[in-house]
Design a protein around this ligand. Structure first.
Ligand SMILES: Cc1ncc(COP(=O)(O)O)c(C=O)c1O
Length: 388
């Protein structure tokens, strides 16, 4: 069978593939600690599940508006105003099948062949394939560990060309755990002011998962004058432990949003109707459940940081947000795929090679798992490293 040009390079998501491989091995009776997943191990809070069940019972089981349930779009606009200081009306919000589809639709409606998208590395692994599928070209800009993996103003300015269409920002960042402070965003906004042809999309999917004194600042809040070219992507997967619900959203200028909604209406029609009532309950409800999950992540993060102190050959920064430890393995002289394969086969621990995130000297360890598995995985990693 002949494939379309755009499908030729297409590969399944490596993180999903590794988690699936770890699960397969476990099902075959192998003793595997999976520290690879990008999802909270908690159950979705029950008040959210109940809201979706009640919606189903009440008959909200039919097609709905392509842009999403009006009440949910209103609640999202309200949340963006109150929590992020961003002014969007409900008609500037589209509910999507996860943050993933929000990004996918945005790239599809903004990019022409050859248009460039600036992506700071290490990056979430789905950005470049999504850009490619839209015909765009990813311009990967490396960041440095000793600069806390933040994209700096000078690096951004140097990457912009006449073909640049979009900058992708992600804070808190997957996989590095970086949280951009306000000043860093102000500096980036100053660069963008000099380049009116460049828009920005801010992926804020981990916004509540913060440690120590780190605060989440939305890019749009520091640059209200750039709102006409600022997009926000967010969702329910990470913050409310709702990965399987597939519920996210995009907010931005009306004209682009209308196109993204038109694309949705021609492709997936609408997000599952009763699922959206779960999202509505999440937004209207107290954030207590989120705080409890973040407190559990913070405890696990402390465990990881303690364990890392006594590990040989690896080092990394303490994550400021999200639920990943991002480790530099350059001292092992192994590339990241070989490192992860050996760790899985020889020690029974699944983690993700940094090659997937654009940095082959690193690996990503997720601590979104129970304490017993985490402790066992860390002990095995320690033994594996000591034996190298
Ligand atoms: C940075 C980032 N953005 C977006 C997503 C996609 O989230 P969703 O489950 O809402 O599609 C993920 C999921 O891993 C992510 O890490």
């Amino acid at each position: 069978m002949k494939f379309a040009e755009r499908a030729k390079q297409l590969q399944p998501s490596l993180t999903l593939a590794i988690s699936a491989k770890a699960r397969d091995l476990q099902q075959q009776g192998e003793d595997v600690c999976s520290l690879s997943t990008g999802e909270p191990d908690f159950k979705t809070p029950s008040f959210i599940c109940r809201a979706a069940e009640e919606a189903m019972e009440a008959g909200h089981t039919r097609y709905g508006p392509a842009a999403g349930l009006h009440a949910l779009r209103e609640a999202i606009a309200h949340k963006l105003q109150n929590e992020n200081n961003l002014t969007y009306g409900p008609n500037q919000v589209m509910v999507s099948n996860g943050a993933k589809q929000a990004l996918y639709n945005l790239f599809q409606v903004l990019l022409d062949p050859g248009d460039e998208v600036i992506i700071p590395a290490p990056y979430w692994l789905s950005y470049p394939p999504m850009v490619h599928l839209a015909g765009g070209r990813s311009v990967i800009v490396p960041t440095r560990q000793d600069e806390n993996h933040q994209l700096g103003a000078a690096a951004l300015a140097a990457a912009i060309t006449s073909r640049t269409r979009l900058l992708v920002l992600n804070s808190p960042t997957n996989p590095t755990g970086t949280v951009y402070p306000k000043q860093a965003l102000v500096d980036l906004a100053n660069v963008l002011r000099q380049h009116p042809h460049v828009a920005v999309v801010s992926d804020e999917i981990y916004e509540y998962i913060l440690y120590d004194h780190n605060r989440h600042v939305s890019f749009g809040a520091v640059a209200p004058d750039l709102m006409e070219r600022t997009f926000v992507v967010n969702g329910f997967s990470k913050n409310w432990a709702m990965t399987g619900w597939r519920l996210g959203y995009l907010a931005g200028p009306r004209s682009v949003l209308d196109k993204a909604v038109a694309l949705q209406s021609q492709s997936t029609s609408n997000v599952c109707s009763f699922v959206q009532y779960g999202g509505l309950a999440a937004l209207r409800g107290s954030r207590e459940c989120v705080h409890a999950m973040v407190a559990a992540f913070a405890q696990r993060r402390r465990l990881v940081l303690q364990a890392l102190e006594s590990m040989e050959h690896v080092h990394g920064l303490a994550p400021q947000g999200a639920f990943y430890a991002f480790l530099n393995i350059a001292d092992t002289n192994l590339d990241s795929v070989v490192f992860c394969e050996r760790l899985l086969v020889e020690a029974g621990v699944a983690i993700v090679p940094g090659a997937a995130f654009g940095d082959d000297h690193t690996v990503r360890l997720s601590f979104a798992t129970d304490i017993t598995t985490l402790k066992q995985g860390l002990e095995r990693l320690q033994t594996f490293l000591a034996g190298l």
